[in-house]
Design a protein around this ligand. Structure first.
Ligand SMILES: [Zn+2]
Length: 58
């Protein structure tokens, strides 16, 4: 079963919650979003990105 990817329109709107608000890149294999600025990784659960700094891994 492939993971549910976030909708493309959602990916365009998402930005890192850190003050730099950099765009995020979706990694299909990891099913996670990676910040292009600080490289924090945010999980995606059932197509919903978990945009919590607490849940991010660096
Ligand atoms: Zn960031």
């Amino acid at each position: 079963m492939p993971a549910t990817a976030p909708k493309p329109v959602l990916l365009e709107l998402l930005r890192c919650p850190e003050p730099h608000h950099a765009p995020l890149a979706y990694d299909r294999e990891e099913n996670a979003l990676t910040c292009s600025e600080c490289a924090k990784v945010f999980r995606v659960e059932d197509g919903i990105p978990v945009m919590l700094l607490d849940g991010a891994t660096e």
